[in-house]
Every structure is written in C-alpha cells, then in structure tokens.
Design a protein around this ligand. Structure first.
Ligand SMILES: Cc1cc2nc3c(=O)[nH]c(=O)nc-3n(C[C@H](O)[C@H](O)[C@H](O)COP(=O)(O)O)c2cc1C
Length: 181
C-alpha cells in the first residue's frame, strides 16, 4: 500500500496540522507500506498556469496512492495557497472527474483521504463563525466531487490561548488512534 503524506503549514515544528498528520500516518501505515512525502512549503508548487497541465507528476502521484493524508491549517478562513496549488493539479477533467449528461461524476474513488485540520477558532454549526468556515467544507466538497468521502481530524480553538491549544491538539492526536486500518 502507498501512503501519500502532504503538509501545507508554514509553522514548521510548531505546526498543529503537521503534528496531527504525522500521527495519522503512524496510525494507518503498515510495516510494508511505502510513505511518499510531499511538503508543499519546503518544496512549493508554483501557481497554476496553462503550461502546468503538461506535467502530470503530481496527479499521477495522487492517483497511485491508496491513502492520502493531508495536513491542512486554516489561513484566512480557508486553505493555504500552497495546498490550493496542489489541488489545482489533481482536479483534472477526464482524470479525476468528468461531466456527463446527468452531471459531474467523480473518477478517483476507492482511495482513503484523511485530513488533519488545525483552526484558530471554533466553527461548529450554529456558532457565530460557522459561515466563515471555508476549509473543511471546501475540502469535503472538492473530494466528494472527485468521488472520495474524506475523513477529518480537527484541532480547533488553537488561537484562543495556550491551554485551549494544548487540550485541542491532545484531543485530536488521541482521535487519530481510531483511524488505524
Ligand atoms: C496567516 C494565518 C492566518 C490565519 N487565519 C485564521 C483564520 O482565518 N481563522 C482561524 O480560525 N484561524 C486562523 N489562523 C490560525 C491558525 O489556523 C492556527 O494557528 C493553526 O494552528 C494553524 O495550523 P498550523 O499550526 O498547522 O500552521 C491563522 C494563522 C495564520 C498563521
């Protein structure tokens, strides 16, 4: 089995999403598994251009993976631009989705996608900030569009204060245990 491990936080060793994505990989990997690493901060992908469509390296890597683990922090209510540049390379008509007479159809099913979310605030349904949540909702929509139901492990309220941050990260790390294949 091949696991693709992606991170997109700019916060290095202090990153919550990196700590959680690392824990997820530890939980889901078996002894014989191959783990491919794509750090979108140390090796960023350029913004999308028409010319970029000629290179399918990123798409092929995604399609070949059985499990994809993504560290996704919330920056300005949505995903880091580094992660958007990666998504721009895997949402490809004819490869991961197609349009049919009855609407769009996802072509990338059969893969497990697990996302480690890290957010400074709380965005639960019904809360005042819920309408600003464009990270989890966006990623769910995008992966659903290509035929995948993503799983999420979230650490929230990380900017509230050090105590809340420690509690939220510890709880999220604890929840990764349930992801073991
Ligand atoms: C540039 C930047 C923008 C941020 N914007 C938001 C935001 O819009 N909403 C929010 O809840 N938290 C926001 N935060 C807080 C982060 O989501 C929080 O610090 C989280 O821990 C980031 O994940 P990381 O530690 O993996 O980088 C922002 C943080 C940074 C650095």
């Amino acid at each position: 089995m091949t696991i693709l491990h992606i991170d997109s936080s700019i916060n290095g060793e202090n990153s919550a999403s990196r700590a959680i994505s690392r824990s997820i990989v530890e939980q889901v990997r078996g002894g014989a598994d191959t783990v491919l690493r794509r750090d979108l901060v140390s090796e960023p992908l350029p913004h999308l251009t028409l010319g970029a469509f000629a290179d399918s390296t990123v798409l092929d890597e995604f399609l070949a993976a059985d499990t994809v683990v993504i560290g996704a922090p919330m920056y300005n209510f949505t995903l880091p631009t580094q992660l958007k540049a990666w998504l721009d390379r895997i949402l490809i008509a004819g490869r991961t989705f197609r349009y049919t007479e009855s609407g769009p159809e996802g072509l990338a099913g059969g893969k497990r996608v697990i996302v480690a979310l890290a957010r400074g605030g709380f965005y639960d349904a019904g809360s005042p900030a819920a309408a600003f949540e464009h990270l989890e909702s966006y990623l769910r929509g995008v992966f659903n569009f290509i035929g995948i139901e993503p799983e999420f492990v979230a650490a929230d309220g990380l900017a509230i204060g050090p105590e809340q941050r420690a509690i939220s990260i510890e709880q999220a790390l604890g929840r990764t245990v349930r992801l073991a294949a």
